[in-house]
Write a protein that binds this ligand. Structure first.
Ligand code: CTP
Length: 407
């Protein structure tokens, strides 16, 4: 049997990037031989094994054929006769279809190294179409390697377009899609992920609510970039530039969905878009079964981002309602994430990326004024239950009024 390093580990070594996971492919072996050597099978009928000591993944060289729609509709063929080249040709991109032996001798039948040098993401063969998740993967790699100058080959973009139009993307499970989306959002240029999905027509299928923002104008006085879709991409770009966590990035992507619902005769104004967008945010959240903290923050940011921008003008009572909605007393971190998302929204405007955002500190100050109200004195005065809640609210309102006067 022969063992080769494959996929991302080879690609990233050649790019001079750190290698974390290593995938191995085994040529010329049977399942029985692997078991005899102590490898542990990953699934009952999948030819992938874990190394007895390192736990790394070793897969028998295999060919694959799609036998049905969606994931799971695969038949594969693993046997000692399957060659390395046959295994590599079923992979997604040429840069992911190289193998290396323990002497670092490269097997590169589909010219991955040439494409690495030319900075091109190119599919290996028509077998690309067998897994529609690859449309998202290519967009994710485009986001990851954008700084290095990588672009998607025109013929690969065409194939991605065909896949998007074929209805295949709809067969993807929420879990597989979310895994790609969440990883892509955490890349340095997550806006490239959305842009590539849009370029191949996949955004219209995966997130029509985001796609609908493109071509929708906003008032130039607040938004020199005008287009709501371009604005969303810029907000996302800022969120990565400022190293925000996934929750904030997800909220940035969805914060303005309501603008896609504004009737054309109301353009470029978007009255009550915050509220109108909530049902769309909920639908997108559920479509991908986003984690609870991402779902919650996206809804809160959708509803309240304009409050954030107008923080300095808000009445003390409105500030209090805002803080209560965030349950800032028990969830201070979530309010911080809200502030961050508002700031990214303000910065995601053409030419205003580096403008200061005094609302952020003002909101922090308001939160700490309200949180500074102690419960103990109210308990000592005999307040309990709902009355205690009311008393706390009154004291917090007083604290916020004082805060506003002194700010
Ligand atoms: N692969 C593929 N199609 C997929 C998933 C994976 O062809 N849908 C192949 C590619 O050759 C890929 C390898 O399996 O390089 C390993 O996949 P994975 O570990 O998911 O990705 P990596 O390429 O290692 O990239 P990452 O750095 O994002 O983990």
């Amino acid at each position: 049997m022969q063992i080769f390093k494959v996929g991302g580990a080879v690609r990233d070594r050649l790019l001079g990037k750190p290698v974390t996971d290593i995938d191995w492919v085994v040529v010329g072996a049977t399942t029985e031989e692997m078991l005899a050597q102590g490898y542990r099978p990953v699934g009952a009928d999948f030819p992938v094994f874990l190394h007895p000591k390192s736990g790394a993944e070793y897969a028998l060289a295999r060919t694959e054929r799609k036998s049905g729609r969606g994931y799971g509709g695969f038949t594969f063929h693993a046997s000692p006769e399957v060659t390395l080249e046959e295994d590599l040709i079923r992979r997604d991109l040429t840069i992911n279809a190289m193998a290396e032996d323990d002497q670092q001798n490269l097997t590169d039948p589909y010219h991955g190294q040439r494409d690495l040098e030319a900075r091109v993401l190119r599919h290996v063969s028509p077998a690309f179409a067998e897994d529609p998740l690859r449309v998202l993967r290519v967009a994710r790699f485009a986001a990851r390697y954008a700084d290095l100058g990588f672009t998607v080959a025109p013929e690969t973009l065409d194939l991605m377009r065909q896949l998007s139009e074929s209805g295949e993307l709809e067969a993807l499970t929420a879990e597989r899609s979310w895994k790609e989306i969440s990883r892509a959002l955490m890349e340095d240029q997550p806006q490239v992920f959305i842009q590539v999905l849009r370029d191949c027509g996949a955004l219209k299928v995966l997130m029509p609510e985001v796609d609908a923002l493109f071509g929708v104008p906003q008032p130039e006085i607040h938004h020199p970039e005008i287009d709501s879709g371009i604005h969303t991409l810029s907000v996302l770009e800022q969120s990565a530039r400022h190293k925000q966590p996934l929750t904030v990035r997800w909220a940035c992507l969805l914060h303005d969905l309501g603008k896609g619902l504004t009737p054309e005769e109301e353009w470029p104004r978007h009255i009550a878009h915050e509220h109108k967008g909530l049902k769309l945010i909920k639908v997108v959240n559920e479509r991908f079964k986003a984690p609870k903290d991402c779902q919650e923050l996206a809804l809160l940011v959708g509803q309240y981002h304009t409050h954030g921008h107008r923080a300095l003008e808000l009445k003390a009572s409105t500030l209090l309602e805002l803080l209560q909605s965030f349950d800032v007393y028990r969830r201070p971190q979530r309010f911080e994430e809200f502030i961050a998302a508002c700031e990214m929204d303000a910065r995601g405007r053409k030419g205003l990326e580096d403008r200061s955002y005094p609302q952020a500190d003002y909101l922090r100050g308001a939160a700490s004024a309200a949180r500074g109200v102690a419960v103990q004195p109210l308990l000592e005065k005999g307040f309990k239950g709902p009355e205690l809640g009311e008393a706390l609210k009154r004291e917090r309102l007083k604290a916020l009024k004082a805060y506003k006067e002194n700010a």
